[in-house]
Design a protein around this ligand. Structure first.
Ligand SMILES: Cc1cc2nc3c(=O)[nH]c(=O)nc-3n(C[C@H](O)[C@H](O)[C@H](O)COP(=O)(O)OP(=O)(O)OC[C@H]3O[C@@H](n4cnc5c(N)ncnc54)[C@H](O)[C@@H]3O)c2cc1C
Length: 470
């Protein structure tokens, strides 16, 4: 869907004129068109650079201001790119030519935490870890835990339906979102549903907007469910001679009655990358596969740990080691969180995939990775949230003419491989700009067409983050 500026506002001095007109029409909203600000907001953490010439950055302080701004943008056909803290990795928040960059980070209030109804209500600019910490102070638990929780916004997590390490037990962000206040493209402010646990009134608009990457509506207030605080986390680490043995163990744990709070996996290449990047990381002896199963059960934690240990040993682990206290486990988790930056340093360049397959296909997917390495002359480190069947293949390459293009093609081939196995090219990072080419081979034409028509209903003039997601 393309968007063109109102002809009345387009001549060679158009950007200045448009911003001047916006300042006059919206005097209360902070608008910043300094080159330094626009450059700082040009792209997220993906390799998608974004267009060099956005119009202006707007930093609203309230839902009312977001509403006024969208009504103005819609009337003048100005594209709008919602932005959180730009930690996304798919280019979903990257700039668009002539667009208003809608920075929601100033709307950062935790409005209330209700211990009786076990919900929290917060604005979109709240940092995810801050919300979790505020809930914890009241003995409650906000479950979603992406590795970027310390730097990403709640609005960004909602818009990307962020995952992370605790999804095997608690689900992705969507499972924790009760209700949203959103502003539609024409400025209409709307609540998607009551914040009750149950409602069957109407279609699930909340579910539709979660994960829509800023293309259907701007999220201005989020009500999330909270849980009773879990028990302290403890874990078991297993090292295996082969990837197949490691994955057979994690699949047995995932399919068993003792659901772990985290179930993570890394292959030997990941371990090598982490050791190289952080020499004192707690990544023990050399191994071809590393698996971590964590329990946070209030009752039965000891039985969980014993069960994980037995499954690891039965699958042929050479090392089975407990992480029995918080510091020990946190050090291991932190090493796992450092996988992406570590793998980047393996050969000098890297591109990251985000495939998800049914867990039963994980071993076959891993076995096929060697072919892709040979075909594209790249090195692939394989790690991720195996409990969800979600792997982040990191395609590493030595920077040279054509190497980056080969790595991109390798990621595309891995995405297709996942799709052939009944999976997806993106388990949690979103489509944005980066994964758009892989979408056409994943969704049925009728489903793609229906999605675009839904987008047209929400946003008839195509002003919200056009060119992304579909
Ligand atoms: C070190 C690191 C670790 C990461 N780990 C994980 C992980 O474990 N799991 C995971 O899923 N992701 C992970 N990510 C990716 C990223 O953090 C998530 O996608 C996150 O949800 C993005 O939040 P943000 O505030 O940075 O949003 P941005 O990147 O600014 O925006 C992301 C998308 O959300 C839209 N958007 C933002 N705010 C709003 C709003 N209020 N209303 C409507 N649309 C909005 C934007 O338009 C864009 O489409 C990681 C990233 C990094 C850098």
């Amino acid at each position: 869907m393309t968007t063109t500026l109102d002809p009345d506002l387009t001549d060679e001095t158009a950007p200045d004129r448009v911003v001047t007109a916006m300042r006059a029409a919206l005097p209360c909203i902070g608008l910043d068109d300094s080159p330094a600000t626009l450059a700082a907001h040009r792209t997220d953490r993906s390799a998608m650079p974004g267009d060099p010439d956005p119009l202006v950055l707007a930093r609203p302080a309230s839902t009312k201001q977001v509403s006024a701004l969208l009504a103005y943008a819609n009337a003048h056909r100005i594209p709008v790119v919602p932005q959180g803290t730009l930690t996304g990795v798919a280019g979903a928040a990257s700039t668009i030519s002539g667009a208003i960059l809608l920075d929601l980070t100033a709307m950062d209030a935790i409005i209330r935490i209700d211990a009786d109804d076990m919900i929290a209500v917060a604005q979109p600019g709240v940092i995810v870890a801050d919300l979790a910490a505020a809930a914890a102070k009241q003995g409650l638990f906000y479950a979603p835990d992406p590795a970027s929780a310390q730097i990403a916004t709640l609005g960004g997590n909602v818009a990307t339906n962020a995952g992370g390490m605790r999804c095997i037990k608690y689900g992705v962000t969507r499972e924790s979102v009760r209700s949203l206040e959103v502003v539609l493209a024409d400025g209409t402010v709307m609540r998607t549903r009551p914040s009750t646990i149950k409602t069957v009134g109407g279609l699930d608009l909340t579910g539709l907007i979660v994960g829509s990457e800023g293309t259907l509506a701007v999220v201005t207030e989020i009500t999330v469910k909270l849980l009773p605080a879990p028990g302290p986390e403890r874990g078991v680490l297993g090292l295996f001679p082969t990837v197949a043995q490691g994955l057979s163990a994690t699949n047995r744990i995932a399919a068993g009655p003792r659901t772990p709070a985290r179930l993570e996996f890394m292959d030997g290449r990941c371990l090598e990358a982490i050791r190289k990047h952080i020499p004192d990381a707690p990544v023990p002896a050399e191994a071809n596969a590393w698996a971590l199963a964590v329990t946070d059960a209030r009752d039965g934690a000891e039985e969980d740990l014993a069960s994980f240990e037995k499954i690891f040993a039965d699958a042929g682990a050479t090392t089975v080691q407990r992480a029995d206290n918080a510091e020990e486990l946190e050090a291991i988790l932190e090493a796992r969180r450092q996988l992406q930056p570590s793998a980047r340093g393996l050969l000098g360049g890297s591109v990251e995939g985000d495939i998800a397959v049914p867990r039963s296909a994980l071993a076959e997917f891993s076995a096929r990775v060697a072919e892709v390495e040979n075909d594209y002359d790249v090195t692939i480190a394989l790690g991720g949230h195996v409990g969800d069947g979600n792997l982040h293949p990191i395609v590493a390459f030595t920077p040279a003419e054509g190497a980056r293009e080969r790595a991109d093609e390798a990621v595309m081939t891995l995405s297709r491989l996942a799709q052939e196995m009944g999976g997806t090219m993106s388990g949690e990072h979103g489509v944005g700009l980066e994964k758009l080419p892989a979408l056409a081979t994943e969704m049925a034409p009728a489903a793609l067409d229906l999605q675009r028509r839904i987008k047209g209903l929400f946003d008839p003039n195509g002003i919200l983050n056009p060119g992304k997601k579909y």
